[in-house]
Structures are given as structure tokens and as C-alpha cells.
Design a protein around this ligand. Structure first.
Ligand code: NAP
Length: 335
């Protein structure tokens, strides 16, 4: 009997929070690579808030996942067989392999990784999350030593890296996150100067306390009310990085826009959207610098690893319920 490949295929476009029935759990024989292709056994998958927006119809920075298609996901795996000149069986690779156990690939967008580094790190600090934090903060936020940098979604995958890089650049860093455990983690383990628990504190008031000179850089992962609160506390010349708006991704209506945007005018401030893929030619530069910081103990990684492909629909929801700390990763198989 040929081995089986289990997959999650998109079955419906969700309204609001996705449900298990929005995907179909399917199985088919593991494919054989054709000439110029490789077959990858998927070991770890990256779970990203953006997966929710890929389920929607409509124009975005990337086409939506089609109904019936394997749900898109980045992952790390091991090449099991190859008819591609650039890859050999046994290589460890990073690519967009989809929510499935085996992926056949033509090698486009697939890169080799060094298995001496724990593989989930390639989905976190050394992956898209790290790249987003690095280029969003440094290229758009342009932090100067002594600046006050506020990061929302601060205990999540992108936020924890953005805040740590801001500390490395000599900034005062204030994180916004949900719950006392995450806030403690930010201050005690990652060295943030302060953390605001948006679930129990008045964010505007807390920002006034922790950012007495105003906010020079705001790295926004959540949008909505928190963005509006930060807008009221900007310093002159502030830079806001619009990285994401997770508080709005499951809205059935339009996203809630910022009411306090006139603060941009008053403070000669700017708000800039970023898409990490624009920085692809410079990923190597960022990865080298961040790997160096990690080796020197100046940048910490943290992955929240959940076992089992079949848990995918429930595990993805952890992002929207705030149940992850650090990079949420699905372990599909053991080596
Ligand atoms: P993450 O922060 O690891 O996980 C999501 C976190 O968002 C949750 O843990 C939760 O933390 C918080 N959250 C969920 N619902 C919320 C709400 N209603 N209000 C406030 N916070 C809420 O996810 P990530 O992968 O690092 O992504 C963070 C952001 O970056 C997302 O908006 C994502 O879309 C964006 N992103 C953008 C790019 C780009 O190129 N622009 C690339 C990658 C990611 P709490 O417990 O603190 O609520």
C-alpha cells in the first residue's frame, strides 16, 4: 500500500472566526516527484494570522487560497526524494509547503536550512516573523537611541522580536500584550522597560505613565482600539509601522479605522504599511545579523509548538484567542 498524505483543503470562505468545517481533511497517496521536482516530508508548519486573510475572496498582497486547494502555509521539512539538481534526499528545507504531510515542489522559493539550528527557529526569529520585525522596525520605524518604541502584540512572534531589536538599538521599549503572564515575560525575560496588559488596563492612561515624552515609534500588530489609543500619545515626528491588525481579521463588517488620525498632522507623524515580501532580496542580511545576536545571547527566540496536523483548525485559532506566546508552530512529524 502506498503511503498516505493527509491535507487540509479550503472548503468554504469563513464569516468571522474560522470553523473546522471551513476546511476538508483529505487524504491521497504521497506523490512522486517528477523531473525537476522534489518531495518534502513536512516537519513543522508556521501558523500565521495572515492565513485568515488568505481565506477571504478579494484583492490583497497575495491571491486568496482557492476553494479545494491545500491551505497555504510556510513550513520546514526534509527532502525524501529529489529529481531537482539543487536538492538531495536528506536536505532540510524551508518553503511554502501547505497544511499537509508531504509536499511536491518545483523548488521555487525553497531554500536549504542548517539543521544544527532547531528547525522551528526558521519559522520564528530566522523566518518571516523575524524578517518582518527587523525590516518593519529598522527600515520604517528608524529608531534612534533614546527613542520610546511601543509594540503591540508584543509577546507574539513578530512583536517579541521587534521589541528586542528596539532594545538592542538603545530605545525605551513598552510592550502591549494580553494578560499578566505575557507582560511579566516581556519585562522579566526579554528586558522590555514596561508592559501594558490591554485586557485589564486603560491603555491610554498606561501609555501616559510609561511614555512620558510621547511615542516616537509604534510597531502596530493589532490595529483597532489600541492603534487609536497610541495615536493620542505620539511624539513629534513619530513613525507608525502598520504591520498588521489582528483585532480586525475576523470582523464580519469593515475594519475599524483610526478615529484619532489627525494626531498625525499635529505631530508631523507618519503611518506606513509594510509587506515583508518586499524585503526578500535582503533576508540574508537580516538573518545573518539576527543569528549573530542570538549566538551572543542578545536576542531570544521562543516557539509555542503544538503537535499533530489534525489539530490544525483549532491550533490556528490560538492566535486569535491570544493563547500563544512567541511563534505558533504546528509539528506535523518527527524527523
Ligand atoms: P502573534 O503575535 O504571534 O499572535 C497573534 C497575537 O495577537 C495573539 O497571541 C494575541 O496576543 C494578539 N491578539 C489576538 N487578537 C487580538 C485582539 N483582538 N486585540 C489585540 N491583540 C490580539 O502573530 P504574528 O505572527 O507575530 O503576527 C503579528 C501581526 O503581524 C499580525 O497582525 C500579522 O498579520 C502581522 N504580520 C504582518 C506581516 C507583514 O508583512 N506586514 C508579516 C507577518 C505578520 P495577546 O494575548 O497579546 O492578545
Amino acid at each position: 500500500m502506498s503511503p498516505t498524505n493527509h491535507q487540509f483543503r479550503l472548503a468554504a470562505r469563513p464569516a468571522g472566526m474560522p470553523k473546522r468545517e471551513d476546511w476538508k481533511y483529505t487524504e491521497e497517496p504521497v506523490p512522486e516527484p517528477r523531473d525537476g521536482e522534489l518531495l518534502v516530508k513536512v516537519l513543522y508548519l508556521s501558523l500565521d494570522p495572515a492565513m485568515r486573510s488568505w481565506m477571504n475572496e478579494g484583492k490583497s498582497y497575495i491571491p486568496p487560497v482557492g476553494i479545494g486547494e491545500v491551505m497555504r502555509a510556510a513550513g520546514v521539512g526534509r527532502v525524501v526524494s529529489s529529481k531537482h539538481p539543487g536538492f538531495s534526499a536528506g536536505d532540510h528545507v524551508l518553503g511554502v509547503f501547505g497544511v499537509q504531510e508531504y509536499a511536491r515542489s518545483d523548488g521555487k522559493g525553497v531554500t536549504q536550512v542548517d539543521p544544527r539550528i532547531p528547525l522551528p527557529v526558521y519559522l520564528g526569529v530566522l523566518g518571516i516573523s523575524g524578517m518582518t520585525a527587523y525590516f518593519g522596525l529598522l527600515d520604517i520605524g528608524k529608531p534612534n537611541p533614546g527613542d520610546t518604541v511601543v509594540v503591540s502584540g508584543a509577546a507574539g512572534s513578530v512583536g517579541m522580536v521587534a521589541g528586542q531589536i528596539a532594545k538592542l538599538k538603545g530605545c525605551r521599549v513598552v510592550g502591549i500584550a494580553g494578560g499578566p503572564d505575557k507582560c511579566r515575560y516581556l519585562v522579566e525575560e526579554l528586558g522590555f522597560d514596561a508592559a501594558i496588559d490591554y485586557k485589564s488596563e486603560d491603555v491610554k492612561k498606561a501609555l501616559r505613565t510609561h511614555c512620558p515624552k510621547g511615542v516616537d515609534v509604534y510597531f502596530d500588530n493589532v490595529g483597532g482600539d489600541i492603534l487609536d489609543a497610541v495615536l493620542t500619545q505620539l511624539a513629534r515626528g513619530a513613525r507608525i509601522i502598520i504591520c498588521g491588525a489582528i483585532s480586525q481579521y475576523n470582523n464580519t463588517g469593515p475594519a475599524k479605522g483610526p478615529a484619532n488620525y489627525m494626531s498625525l498632522l499635529v505631530n508631523r507623524a507618519s503611518m506606513t504599511g509594510m509587506v515583508v515580501f518586499d524585503y526578500a532580496p535582503r533576508y540574508g542580511e537580516a538573518a545573518r545579523e539576527m543569528a549573530g545576536w542570538m549566538a551572543q545571547g542578545k536576542l531570544k527566540s521562543r516557539e509555542d509548538i503544538v503537535q499533530g496536523l489534525e489539530t490544525f483548525p483549532d491550533t490556528l485559532l490560538k492566535l486569535f484567542k491570544g493563547e500563544n506566546t512567541g511563534k505558533l508552530v504546528l509539528q506535523v512529524a518527527r524527523e
